[in-house]
Design a protein around this ligand. Sequence first.
Ligand code: ADP
Ligand code: MG
Length: 440
Amino acid sequence: FWEFLQKKFQQEFAAVSYQTWIESAQPLKLENQKIFICVPSSLHKEYWERNISTKVVEAAYEYSNQEIVPVILLPNDLKTTQPKTQTDNTAPQATNHLVREAHLNSKYTFDSFVTGSGNQMAHAAALVVSEEPGTMYNPLFIYGGVGLGKTHLMQAIGHRMLDRDPQANVKYISSESFANDFINSIQNRTQEEFRNEYRTVDLLLVDDIQFFADKEGTQEEFFHTFNTLYNTKKQIVLTSDRLPNEIPKLQERLVSRFKWGLSVDITAPDLETRTAILRKKAIAENLEIPDDALSYIASQIDSNVRELEGALVRVQAYSTMNNEDINISLAAEALKDLKDSQHQAGLTISKIQTQVAKYYKLTVDDLKGKRRNKSIVVPRQIAMYLSRELTDSSLPKIGQEFGGKDHTTVLHSCEKIAKLLESDLNIQHDLTNLKASLQN
Ligand code: ADP
Ligand code: MG
């Protein structure tokens, strides 16, 4: 089965990703329909659990029409859990059962959160809320772009509450799971249970509520959940990629309630904070990385913390593969591959133009043309920006493909979008969507 998996993933993943994630993993044994796989670091483990585990399950069906579930282990787990796994088949990493019941990730605590200019306010508000739940800021609404620590911070509140009161009823849920649970409860006629479950918690954490857009019934239900909790002074914490009034099709009464408490934003971390985050991760992972190499990595990745973590994993994997210590030049080598792998094979400027035009309901000719209406100019600049970022075309080449524009125009457009991206949530949102659709 492992060989089968390797072959399959070799086709599916880009060469660099394959080397980083798959080659470094070792199958240990197949037992009771579980495949035990050992990976080198907790960053690998997280990546496997997030992105690869479901693929393994799918592949198992393809291979033998059976359910085989991967269990991802770290070298450290082996020492402690191996004797156990032979007798019982409970999950190997025994996290605190309270934390598990609340659906919290044990890593997302205040201790592991690094504060800096972009998140200071949000961090302070989260601390206050965990000290005095239900009284000061209710709801607490945290918003900002992807990978900036919203989920982490919101869960830290949950951990803190459980630390102080292990009896507390804490519940973390994504807005999508909330919607699914709700729909299932209607289908299974278990609405009573559903309501009891959500309306009796002490702390409710609902993540990414922008996905409530368009879900009328769920919004209705959440409105009542919200009111019950609010009236009984139970703390509610919400996150979203934008402000409540910017979420399309969110009922006005929800928008106004979400504004009752405090809204705080998280913005991208500055270089200093990024370096501090890396240092903290390196220590947690027992990695020996000199300070100058840490700042170098931080200077190369300025978009979001999740990518920053990815870069660290990559550098680490590269150092293991080549059996060399981590320093600036090794980091540069490792990240060069990362930049290359962002250039999608087969993605062309013309595909980008088609996708962007479709997204903004324009024509490709609009993008290539010279009309200066705002509704065309920004999409045009976005298309140029994506061409620069996702293909390895030169500026003059991009200019040429956009109806023969000068390379300085292209450069100006890219800089303009990069600048807007720092503050404009709509642009951030559009770019995330566009990239996702281009990557499929
Ligand atoms: P979001 O929910 O905003 O998309 P996450 O909370 O999932 O972002 O954060 C992405 C990753 O970055 C997580 O692994 C998280 O632990 C890490 N992270 C984000 N901000 C910080 C920070 N300030 N300090 C330490 N880790 C951080
Ligand atoms: Mg999140």
